[in-house]
Design a protein around this ligand. Structure first.
Ligand code: MRU
Length: 350
């Protein structure tokens, strides 16, 4: 399976996802700034992958600074973590990973070298956990279906968007392994085309039958009865279950409600942001208008025409059938259910 990141003790290579599917280019990163650039430039993207990349960026920086005094090390590392945190605003996994690094940085230590080793271990731990998490999400998600299904998905949530395997695409992969997947509808995901370029690529590699559609075709195939469920990923889930994900997700949820099709979000617990009450507080990244007026450098609209480009939208929790996490499925998510469920780890039963 193609991975987003290649980590080997003290070296990090990032797969340039902007070059896919035509070229497989690896970018070598030496420090936190190199990694921050790959995140800003979308060479690495997808909430869990961004979190893991930032953690490895911190690990690289820590190795570079390990001979400094403890105070100077902590001060310089704090600056690097701030830089990594300023790359993309919506995916909370980034801030979750940085928070884990910050906690490690604050541990009492004998010298900077010791802290640097702990930071590296913490980054490796984040990556290891993500792989196990995605497998568990895949299992819980696939168990929701008892007969072969056609799934529609949006954006890219596979091994390229995580450390390995994927979240929503992990559920799709598990369904395929279980012999319960007939076909996948892949939304192209305008304007950045994560579906057309990345999800289609991953599905080709796995030999999973799929058809690429433009985002405005979803309603048509739903009406024809060709979509049994929609499964998407998430960038941030508020305390009440409102979910930010790639622009276009909210529209899919509305269509699902109209056609009475289950709409599932697949995401690790690290994507929940319990500090915010609802989706209205989720910061939405605004990207350049040029990504809308041009496709891969080719201008498609008049020079004078401007464009809007919110990179994410928020789906209200009332439209979500269930959130598939590594601990199970939170059905019909509400604040009460999420808090109870996060507190005691119990699955909701309705
Ligand atoms: O802008 P991107 O490509 O980083 O957006 C990615 C998404 O919206 C994904 O659906 C989300 O991060 C979940 S990835 C497992």
């Amino acid at each position: 399976m193609l991975k987003a990141l290649r980590w080997n003790t003290n070296t990090l290579e990032v797969l340039d996802q902007t070059a896919l599917p035509h070229e497989e280019l690896w970018i070598s990163c030496d420090n936190a700034e190199d990694v921050a650039k790959t995140i800003v430039e979308m060479k690495v993207r997808g909430a869990p992958a961004i979190g893991a990349a930032a953690a490895f960026g911190a690990a690289l920086e820590a190795q570079r600074l390990r001979d400094l005094s403890l105070d100077t090390f902590r001060r310089e590392m704090t600056k690097s973590l701030e830089r990594l945190g300023a790359t993309r605003p919506t995916a909370v996994n980034l801030f979750w990973a940085i928070e884990r690094m910050t906690k490690t940085l604050k541990r009492p230590a004998e010298n900077a070298g010791q802290l640097a080793d702990w930071i590296r271990s913490e980054a490796e731990q984040i990556a290891l956990e993500d792989v196990a998490t995605n497998r568990a999400i895949g299992r819980h998600g696939a168990d929701l279906f008892d007969k072969p299904v056609e799934i529609l998905t949006h954006c890219n949530t596979g091994s390229l968007a995580t450390v390995d395997f994927g979240t929503a695409l992990g559920v799709i992969r598990t369904l395929a392994e279980d012999g319960k997947l007939t076909h996948v509808w892949v939304d192209e995901t305008r304007p950045y085309l994560q579906g057309a370029r990345l999800t289609a690529y991953e599905l080709c590699q796995d030999g999973i039958p799929h058809t690429l559609i433009t985002d405005n075709m979803a309603a048509h195939f739903m009406k024809q009865g060709r979509v049994d469920a929609v499964i998407v990923g998430a960038d941030r889930i508020a305390r009440n279950g409102d979910t930010a994900n790639k622009i276009g997700t909210y529209g899919l949820a509305v269509l699902c409600a109209y056609h009475e099709i289950p709409f599932y979000v697949a995401a690790p617990l690290s994507t929940f942001d319990l500090s915010i009450a609802s989706g209205e507080f989720i910061p939405i990244e605004e990207r350049s208008a040029e990504e809308v007026t041009s496709i891969r450098g080719h201008r498609i609209s008049p020079q004078q025409t401007s464009a809007a480009h919110p990179a994410f939208d928020v789906t209200p929790h009332s439209l979500i059938t269930g959130i598939i996490t590594e601990r199970g499925v939170i059905h019909a998510p509400t604040e009460e259910r999420i808090l109870t469920w996060m507190g005691d780890g119990k699955e909701s039963t309705e």
